[in-house]
Ligand binder design. Structure first.
Ligand code: SAJ
Length: 426
């Protein structure tokens, strides 16, 4: 099947790079976002999210005249839905954006079109929910239009590279839909394209992120065990990973972002009676910020009126994404326990949160602190020189939750060094 025009619904972390990438491959792309502010700012040449290299691709797409933005879908050969699927406080998936995106296509859907859902969704969403919505157009799925699920699997921070190089799974509601999906994505994808059915591909996406979540949970639990037994978990992991069939991930202050901390809940919600391991792993990772707060409390004796300089609030290194960030949770809990919290997040200096005093430089953050708490291993932080930091602060203790710093360097510079999963200094 040949494609000349596509419409990408949702211009966020996935939709905007995808839309721009197609537009730089001679496809006429309409990027759609129901947020008029986003559309306006893109029209003014501004990119509202930070992702390395994205601004350049968007500029190129616009300069070539191939990328237009709009608040409403227009007719096209194919539609890609890339809207968020958040979850409610009770851990139930919120599919309202997916449904609204599908509804918005109904009026412009034509015979022969292909519709792809990329948003992470519970099993059966494509077949049981999106398909009937699209059929409100009067067209029949499989006969008049093609429909597939193709999960995005790119890593924030490396989206543009992974969009092209990663293997791509395309699950059709029938073979023709999967094949049409392959013809579409092969325009931009260099990695392998694997065809399957829609529900399998929904499940694949959730399995990938659940697998990672469970593995991070065991690393976090190991950090607690090491702490209990006075062992350095980082050294223990490094040694265990020399075994050819062991690959333990890194403990940290918890699991954040909009993917790994969310997707496993889709399984737990859909089948709670048969997913106790997944549920427990989620709970372990969700409680890791509490473990870190207890550790800081222990390191300082008490948190009351202690000044804690927090370095990093993003959900992981070198991104500006603060969604579901465990670092924010740690900072907020420290505040609730009586500490005075000053935070420096170089990727989002304007961020505001109750109880967190945001500053825009490292020296402002650490100047009058009692303790410095490293929560995100941004390059800018793990390359900090311990001696220079010593000269900037009156803090005597540094607490490293991400193994970003070298104990020897910080001890030589005169700090007391406390690290997650390594009780040597408490
Ligand atoms: N984390 C740890 N320890 C580790 C690795 C990660 O605590 O060893 C934490 C991070 O700090 C972060 C969270 O886990 O808070 C998630 O970060 P991540 O880098 O593991 O993953 P995401 O959420 O940025 O992206 C994931 C990726 N999935 C997998 O690696 C299986 C990506 O490929 C998906 O496209 C993305 O989810 C998504 O959109 O679903």
């Amino acid at each position: 099947m040949e494609f000349h025009s596509i419409c990408v619904i949702g211009l966020g972390y996935i939709g905007l790079p995808t839309a721009s990438m197609f537009a730089t491959h001679e496809i006429r792309v309409t990027g759609v976002d129901n947020n008029a502010e986003v559309v306006k700012s893109l029209e003014a040449g501004k990119v509202h999210i930070y992702e390395p290299g994205l601004k350049e691709v968007v500029d190129e797409a616009i300069n070539r005249g191939n990328l237009k933005v709009s608040v409403k879908p227009v007719e096209a050969d194919a539609f890609i839905i890339a809207v968020p699927t958040p979850f409610y406080g009770d851990k139930k998936a919120d599919l309202s954006y997916v449904y609204a995106a599908a509804e918005s296509i109904v009026k412009v859907l034509k015979k022969g079109n292909l519709v792809i859902l990329e948003s992470t969704s519970p099993p059966l969403t494509t077949v049981e929910h999106v398909l009937p919505i699209l059929e409100k157009s009067g067209l029949k799925a499989g006969k008049d239009f093609l429909l597939a699920y193709s999960p995005e699997r790119v890593l924030p921070g490396q989206i543009l590279k992974e969009l092209v190089e990663n293997a791509r799974v395309i699950g059709g509601i029938d073979t023709a839909s999967a094949e049409a999906g392959r013809d579409l994505y092969k325009i931009i994808v260099k990695g392998e394209i694997i065809l399957t059915d829609a529900t399998t591909s929904e499940m694949v996406k959730l399995m990938e992120n659940t697998y990672r979540d469970v593995n991070i949970a065991i690393a976090n639990e190991f950090s607690r065990l090491a702490d209990r037994f006075g062992v350095d978990v980082w050294e223990a992991i490094q040694i265990a990973n020399r075994h050819p069939r062991v690959k333990i991930l890194n403990p940290g202050p918890g699991v954040g972002g909009h993917c790994i901390s969310v997707d496993p809940w889709f399984f737990v919600e859909a089948a709670p009676d048969i997913s106790p391991l997944i549920h427990t792993a989620r709970n372990v990772n969700d409680s890791q910020p509490d473990f870190v707060v207890t550790m800081v409390n222990k390191a300082l004796g008490s948190l009351i009126q202690k000044k804690v300089a927090v370095l990093g609030l993003a959900f992981k290194p070198d991104v500006d994404d603060l969604r579901e960030s465990p670092a924010i949770e740690v900072a907020h809990k420290l505040h609730l326990m009586g500490a005075s919290v000053t935070a420096f997040e170089p990727f989002k200096p304007d961020f505001k949160h109750e109880g967190i005093n945001m500053v825009s430089t490292l020296s402002e953050a650490v100047n009058s602190a009692d303790a410095i708490l490293l929560l995100v291993n941004h390059t800018q932080f793990h390359t900090i020189n311990a001696v220079e930091l010593r000269a900037m602060t009156k803090a005597k203790v540094v607490i490293d939750t991400v193994n970003g710093w070298n104990r020897g360097d910080f001890e030589t510079a005169g700090f007391r060094f406390v690290r997650l999963g390594d009780q040597k200094n408490i």
